[in-house]
Design a protein around this ligand. Structure first.
Ligand SMILES: [Zn+2]
Length: 219
């Protein structure tokens, strides 16, 4: 059964920028009452709460470098050890490298891990990303159906950082980084590639189905 506390719903979400991964992670977390753990959030939190790992991360970032595997793994390990993650979690932004994926296996042990890869063709991603609009007053990211900003009524403009060249570069970096991780997980029975070109509700249903299949298989 989904939500059965005996079978934790441990989910890793992979997918390029523009695939709707953040939204799907959020929806899954809400529906199944498990925390959505995004590496950006927990990194900021570790720095703010001044933990040993947070201080180490801050030193690296202050020097203008990217936080490496060892610190990231430590921060994720501490977060997953908290009580609210015992019944499951959704990871967004981790693992980013194969060593991080290996470390995650070690953190989880024998508990099931479902990995979904939200797949969207490059042309669709470029179209989606290049047409994303934000409010020029408050910076709110607008949904396609919004005519004016739903937060403050301000005018919506195309996001300046999302020009086609920059979009392609972000996608190239993502693919380069992530291809080895997809390769790492692909052969596992709990790996699912999900068609991200469908409507958000259909993508959500496909993710739930993947998780239910695993939970059902474990019962
Ligand atoms: Zn606004």
């Amino acid at each position: 059964m989904i939500g059965d506390p005996i079978i934790p719903l441990n989910l890793v979400m992979l997918g390029p920028p523009g695939a709707g991964k953040g939204t799907q992670a959020e929806r899954f977390a809400q529906k199944h009452a498990v925390p959505k753990i995004s590496t950006g959030d927990i990194l900021r939190e570790a720095v703010t709460s001044d933990t040993a790992l947070g201080r180490a991360a801050k030193m690296v970032m202050d020097a203008g470098r990217l936080v490496g595997d060892e610190i990231m793994e430590g921060i994720v390990r501490e977060r997953l050890a908290r009580a609210d993650a015992k019944a499951g979690f959704v990871l967004d932004g981790f693992p980013r490298t194969v060593p991080q994926a290996v470390a995650l296996d070690d953190m989880i042990g024998t508990k099931p891990l479902v990995v979904v890869d939200i797949v969207v063709p490059e042309e669709t991603l470029v179209r989606r990303l290049a047409s994303r609009r934000m409010c020029e007053v408050c910076g709110h990211s607008a949904l396609p159906e919004e005519r004016g900003c739903s937060k403050c009524g301000g005018a919506l403009v195309v996001r300046i950082d999302d020009g086609a060249g920059i979009v392609l570069e972000r996608l190239r970096i993502y693919t380069e980084q992530t291809a080895p991780i997809v390769q790492f997980y692909r052969g596992r029975p709990n790996f699912r590639a999900i068609d991200g070109t469908k409507a958000p509700e259909d993508v959500q249903a496909a993710i739930c189905e993947a998780v239910t299949a695993v939970a059902g298989g474990m019962a």
